[in-house]
Design a binder for this molecule. Structure first.
Ligand code: AMP
Length: 321
């Protein structure tokens, strides 16, 4: 089957202690799509301006991504984001956000995007996320990302959007901010209790919460259990921009690639490993540079390394006391 993603398609200007890039290809939907394209067919939905180039579209096309629902708005300007990181690459400062063509954007999905069985609502205005979610009522798995901005200015709409999805992917600070609970597991459990009665998504409510913890890895909380993985240990991290969306692309892509398998914690653990590995490649270079030339073999060998380094034996020891 296939995955549809709606979200930003951007030009990013980024400065880290290791260099800078101006107006490189970025956006949550782009990072997500490049990662997910290793697992399944991906349809990208979102607007760009007249300034968006053919070479940028080609980056996506060359990974087999369907770009026919990328709407070029006449006279419009592509979403622009500028950020800067210090030595602590876990925190960044947003210096500029220009919504451009996102202002007044009405998502229009073609029949092939509407037919996807998996949907990812990348970080955009929650009303837009709900609009797209409502257009794919039959999707078997729907996930959502968001950010502090929407928790601050559109919390009610975001909560309604969350009630209509199966999986919520947020960073740990956002989970705490959204729920007002300082403890990560308690915050995740609170969100797992939302939306079971009805509203947008047919009354399922989220059953999977993923907490992204930057260089410390990611945690998974479901109704049945808990799982966590460290980030893949890299000696050189150049630019974390898009790591969260690349992580989501690995996670959702892996789930989409297993349509016959029940959504068990065991499947989700494997998906978390693929998400972790995809994100680790993304941060090795600026923007999409590394993932653009990534190969399936590189992913497979890093998965094996991550598996080896996160295993331990249960050798029994008779403890004192
Ligand atoms: P991440 O580092 O995973 O949080 O994703 C960064 C990407 O999100 C960048 O490529 C930006 O273009 C995009 N981005 C930043 N701010 C926003 C926003 N307010 N809405 C949508 N996308 C954004």
């Amino acid at each position: 089957m296939s995955i549809t993603v709606v979200g930003s398609i951007a030009y990013d200007t980024v400065k880290t202690p290791f260099g800078e890039r101006e107006r490189m290809l970025g956006g949550a939907a782009v990072h997500f799509a490049l990662a997910a394209s290793f697992f399944d067919e991906v349809h990208v939905v979102g607007p760009v301006g007249e300034d968006f180039g053919e070479p940028q579209l080609e980056v996506m096309r060359s990974r087999g991504i369907d770009v026919s629902d990328i709407e070029r708005v006449a006279g419009g300007k592509t979403f622009f984001w500028q950020g800067e990181y210090g030595w602590d690459l876990n925190s960044r400062e947003t210096l500029d956000t220009q919504l451009g063509v996102f202002e007044g954007f009405q998502p229009k999905l073609s029949p092939s995007s509407l037919a996807s069985d998996v949907l990812f609502l990348a970080n955009i205005q929650p009303d837009l996320q709900r609009d797209v979610r409502a257009q794919l009522p039959q999707a078997r798995f729907v996930a959502l990302d968001s950010m502090d901005l929407w928790i601050n200015i559109a919390r009610d709409s975001l909560v309604a959007a969350i009630e209509g999805v199966d999986c919520v992917i947020l960073n740990d600070a956002e989970l705490r901010q959204l729920t007002g609970k300082p403890n990560l597991v308690a915050a995740a459990r609170e969100i797992l209790s939302w939306g079971q009665g009805g509203s947008d998504g047919g009354g399922r409510g989220p059953s999977v919460i993923v907490a992204k913890q930057g260089e410390y890895g990611a945690a998974l909380v479901t109704r049945d259990g808990f799982f966590a993985l460290p980030a893949y240990p890299l000696e050189s991290v150049i630019d974390p921009t898009g790591a969260g969306d690349t992580f989501a692309g690995g996670l959702i892509g892996y789930i989409a690639a297993h349509p016959e398998e029940e959504l068990s914690d065991e499947l989700l653990r494997r998906a978390m490993a693929h998400a972790t590995v995809l994100a680790s490649f993304n941060v090795e270079e600026f923007g999409t540079e590394r993932v653009e030339r990534l190969t399936g073999n590189e992913i497979v060998s890093r998965i094996k390394e991550l598996q080896a380094m996160t295993q331990f034996s249960g050798a029994p020891l008779s403890l004192r006391g």
